[in-house]
Design a protein around this ligand. Structure first.
Ligand code: GDP
Ligand code: MG
Length: 441
């Protein structure tokens, strides 16, 4: 795995969380320390790592977990979200016909990466071709030739031409039937004025849709400085970070590139032509964290949305059709009303079978339609729903009058029950405990 050590460090830190009895400040402080240590070992800037763990601490302790998420899952989610934020934004790879100019210093992995990208586009059903413009190193054109014969990508890389613009002119002409033209520009051992000028000339002539900078990840944080330099001097639209395999410093490379605002588009994870990955911060972090179902957890959090205001109202004993509808929606996703009732200590009443919703999805849907067919006043005060209104609501929601009446009756029962837990029926301490638990759903 890319960034194995960092991944292991974070996984271990999170495993401690899942083992802890409950989440408190000490547990979170420990977690923060472990994560900070792992980040710094991966060459992430100290201040960046510090800011990150401060955010993790604050959010883990201050935020209420969403509906359906346990406090521990909440912490994992916070760690995941904050890590995603510091490694950049997801960028789309255009699959339209286009020209891509590759820039980068000697030995960064430019030519190898060009072939990787060409292969990537081929797999997407496009027809890429390569123009070799590295006129300074004698072996460069030979390398293009060699790789091209291995992977079967058309190319134009004349050995005897020294003017990149001439090469481009002929190259574009020869390769005009191809969808994606990838240009391998010259490198240097450092980004100097000469290189910047040459690259600018090439860019002016080629008018590329993308200028991808190739940087080796083993530079660690220095990758960011290089990205900034190229961005200022020649302009880049994205980064191809190579050699992410076998370097412990990739964390520094990724985060320092992310700070420059130039999106990392691809990462190289080996010498072979298929060792390429499209860089997707969410996927990258969920793999790094390695908690199998982190995506599932994030989905769950997105879906289950019993609004805190609703919970508050129910706890206060308010339970109009609006709260009922909110509940129905949340229940359709996760049966939260049932689990809420299940959590009640010493519940004095049996749960009416209508609220055992597991097998009654159809009914829940119908009930949602019925409530949605009510006017604002009817929802607030269902007492005003008389026979003619029942008729109207049944028609409007495509249900029967009997079904509307059943809903009204169930709501009435539920309301009484809610009053009982929120009012006198329960001891104060019990209520407080429940309220806390319920809010922390
Ligand atoms: P250029 O001078 O920028 O064109 O770089 P090359 O494409 O010639 O690559 C330089 C060296 O880096 C070669 O030995 C490549 O095999 C190696 N290389 C390129 N990308 C990767 C990568 O993602 N992982 C590893 N391990 N090696 C890579
Ligand atoms: Mg090269």
């Amino acid at each position: 795995m890319v960034l194995e050590k960092l991944g292991q460090g974070i996984q271990e830190a999170l495993r401690k969380i899942t083992k802890a009895g409950y989440i408190d400040k000490n547990v979170i402080d420990d977690l923060a320390k472990d994560i900070q240590r792992s980040l710094i070992a991966a060459d992430v800037d100290i201040k960046l790592a510090f800011d990150l763990i401060e955010k993790i601490k604050k959010r883990s302790l201050d935020e209420k977990p969403q509906v359906g998420i346990t406090p521990k899952e909440h912490v994992i989610k916070v760690v995941y979200e904050e890590l995603v934020k510091i490694i950049g934004i997801k960028s789309e790879i255009s699959l339209k016909p286009q020209k891509i100019l590759f820039v980068g210093l000697y030995g960064s992995g430019k030519t190898t990466s060009i072939f990787k990208v060409a292969k990537f586009f081929q797999k997407k059903g496009l027809r890429p071709a390569i123009i070799g413009c590295d006129v300074h190193r004698p072996a460069a054109m030979q390398q293009v030739l060699q790789l091209a014969s291995q992977v079967n990508v058309p190319y134009y890389a004349p050995k005897d031409m020294k003017n990149p613009i001439e090469i481009l002119k002929t190259g574009f002409d020869k390769l005009k039937k191809y969808d994606i033209i990838i240009i391998d520009a010259s490198g240097r051992s450092s980004l100097d004025k000469d290189l910047a000028e040459e690259l600018k000339k090439i860019a002016d002539f080629a008018k590329p849709n993308e200028v991808l900078l190739v940087i080796p990840a083993d530079l660690g944080q220095a990758a960011g400085e290089q990205a900034r330099g190229f961005k200022e001097l020649v302009g880049i639209t994205g980064i191809f970070l190579t050699k992410m395999d076998g370097t412990a410093r990739g964390g520094g490379a990724i985060t320092s590139c992310a700070i420059t605002g130039a999106p990392i588009k691809f990462i190289g994870v080996g010498e072979k032509i298929d060792a390429i990955e499209v860089f997707d911060p969410e996927r990258f972090i969920s793999r790094l964290i390695g908690f199998g179902d982190i995506q599932g957890l994030i989905e769950k959090a997105k879906e289950a949305e019993l609004k805190p205001e609703t919970a508050e109202k129910i706890i206060e004993g308010k339970f109009t059709m609006n709260e009922f509808l909110e509940q129905l929606k949340a229940m359709q996703k996760m049966g939260s009303l049932k689990s809420m009732i299940g959590m009640m200590p010493g519940l004095p009443v049996r749960i009416p079978k209508e609220f055992d919703m597991d097998k009654q999805e159809g009914k829940m849907k119908k009930w949602s339609y019925i409530i949605q067919s009510m006017t604002k006043e009817e929802r607030e005060d269902p007492q005003t729903i008389d026979v003619s209104r029942v008729k109207r609501i049944a028609k409007g929601s495509g249900t029967t009058e009997a079904e509307v009446r059943e809903l009204l009756k169930s709501h009435e029962q539920m309301k009484k029950m809610v009053k009982m837990f929120s009012g006198g029926g329960m001891k104060r301490g019990m209520m407080a405990r429940f309220a806390k638990k319920f809010k922390g759903f």
